[in-house]
Design a protein around this ligand. Structure first.
Ligand code: HEC
Ligand code: HEC
Length: 427
């Protein structure tokens, strides 16, 4: 595991991907993470611009052919709101991914994770928004020349475990705590009985094979989720960067604090570019993974078991990229903050139900830990992984007794700024 990578391997494996402000120097594929973590190879030379063999594999996996795109999107939208695909009927994708909550939500549950189609059954994690997924990229590892360890990016779900958006829907559809279909055949039977079965067949071929039927539903849903309707860029912030609106004084202060690397430091991960009128450069995430040290959500039924922990990235199953290194335990994918003010609960475990609390947590997590942790600091991780929690930069780099990264007024300013990320109209 400790031999350095040969120049030839490097040439074949690295790609430079233009991402505007973010320059990816080395994209590591097919190598095990442990290779990097243990050998700390530091001398990967920048890849020449003209050798970018992997661009195709790194492009958003959400791009699809345009042939019947409009029909497929409309079909996907009908399926997204169809309550007949759950067992028992009554729960649609939109029950949890509710447009009124920025396509997130808890389907009536109050403690941070969504209720499934059966009473007393709850999803394992908080529902993420499904907006702006068009811009998400495949899971990959990235190693910056001067960084001590490799970084992980992308993929769908809080742990990035799925790369193909059309493969995502079958997980909630078959999850006993979500839409609860017993198996693919039961689900395919429901699809065959649906009002859109004929249209689905016309667009995507025969539904006779159950796997094919489920795949067709996935394709249609993916077409809807990547449509412009789900990435409207119609917030006040978007109008501001297009020079169509001004921020209030408080919103502008919040934006400054959000970007200030000595204060909020938020844009380090929740990326934005407010100097160009291209809102797709301001997705408020870099799809990177980080261990934020979110407090344990003691309201979750699973929390009653002191041995139960959600380890995130290091528990992500995937034979192609080994992300099971202990350094990755506790890391979750950075969510976009677009429409965050519409959410009912926050963080992967839904530990917070107020946006102001989230910002206050960032500001004072390390200064007044007792305010946030009803147990040891970073209590939602087993002891041996607590060292993975980010304590390096603002807002995390404080100690007990220091001044918080943001004072009470500044917290309010950031919260008000986050309100400018709400889209004007949601379907
Ligand atoms: C009971 C609530 C619930 C229902 C119903 C539900 N989801 Fe989800 N959805 C979730 C949760 C929870 C996650 C995060 C799971 C994880 O990270 O392990 C999620 C994640 C996702 C993601 C990944 C988003 C991202 O940012 O990576 C997509 C896409 C998605 N769901 C689409 C759908 C579709 C399409 C349907 C309908 C077929 C659906 N969901 C039904 C709760 C639900
Ligand atoms: C080093 C990267 C990083 C920095 C810096 C950072 N965040 Fe985050 N943020 C994350 C990650 C990762 C999560 C998800 C953590 C989890 O659920 O365990 C998150 C979650 C959130 C959420 C919850 C969103 C949701 O959908 O549940 C909010 C709100 C948020 N961050 C705001 C901020 C603000 C405000 C700042 C600055 C004060 C900030 N973040 C700084 C990485 C970061």
């Amino acid at each position: 595991m400790s031999q350095p990578i040969s120049a030839a391997t490097r040439g074949a494996m690295n790609a430079r991907v233009g991402l505007g402000a973010v320059t990816v120097v080395a994209v590591v594929s097919a190598l095990t993470l442990t290779h990097f973590v243990h050998s700390r190879v530091r001398s990967v030379a920048p890849t020449p611009l003209d050798s970018a063999p992997q661009i195709a594999t790194l492009k958003a996996t959400t791009e699809r052919p345009v042939v019947h795109e409009a029909a497929l999107r409309a079909l996907g939208k009908r399926i997204f709101f169809d309550q007949n695909l759950s067992e028992p009927a009554g729960t649609s994708c939109a029950s949890c991914h509710d447009p009124a909550h920025g396509f997130a939500g808890n389907n009536g549950s109050k403690f941070g994770v969504a209720q499934g189609s059966r009473a007393g059954h709850f999803a394992a994690r908080n529902t993420p928004s499904v907006m702006y997924l068009k811009y998400a990229r495949r899971f990959h590892l990235h190693w910056e020349e001067d960084a001590p360890v490799v970084d992980a990016y992308g993929g769908f779900f809080w742990d990035g475990r799925v790369d193909d958006l059309a493969d995502v829907p079958k997980q909630p559809l078959l999850n006993p705590d979500e839409m609860n279909n017993a198996n693919v055949s039961e689900l395919a039977h429901k699809i065959a009985k649906s009002e859109y079965a004929e249209e689905l067949t016309r667009e995507l071929g025969s539904l006779a094979d159950p796997d094919q039927a489920v795949r067709a539903v996935g394709e249609a849903l993916a077409a809807y989720l990547t449509s412009p309707e789900l990435a409207p860029f119609s917030s006040k912030y978007d109008r501001y960067i297009r020079h169509e609106a001004d921020l209030s004084a408080q919103e502008a202060r919040g934006l400054r604090l959000f970007k200030d690397s000595a204060k909020g430091g938020c844009s380090e991960c929740h990326k934005l570019n407010d100097t160009i009128p291209s809102p797709e450069r301001s997705l408020f995430t870099d799809y990177g993974f980080d261990a934020v040290g979110v407090p344990r959500n003691r309201k979750l039924p699973v929390s009653a078991d002191p041995a139960h922990f959600d380890l995130g990235l290091c528990a992500r199953p995937n034979p192609r990229f080994h992300s099971e290194a202990p350094e990755f335990c506790g890391a979750f994918r950075t969510p976009s903050l677009r429409n965050v003010a519409l959410r009912e609960s926050f963080m992967h475990n839904g530990a917070f139900s107020s946006l102001r609390d989230v910002v206050a947590f960032y500001a004072s997590r390390s200064v007044t830990p007792n305010r946030w942790y009803h147990g040891p600091q970073f209590d939602d991780l087993p002891k041996q992984y607590r060292q993975n929690v980010n304590i390096d930069k603002a807002p995390y780099n404080r100690h007990i007794g220091d001044k918080p990264a943001l004072n009470e007024h500044e917290i309010d300013d950031v919260v008000v700024f986050l309100g400018t990320l709400t889209d004007a109209s949601l379907p």
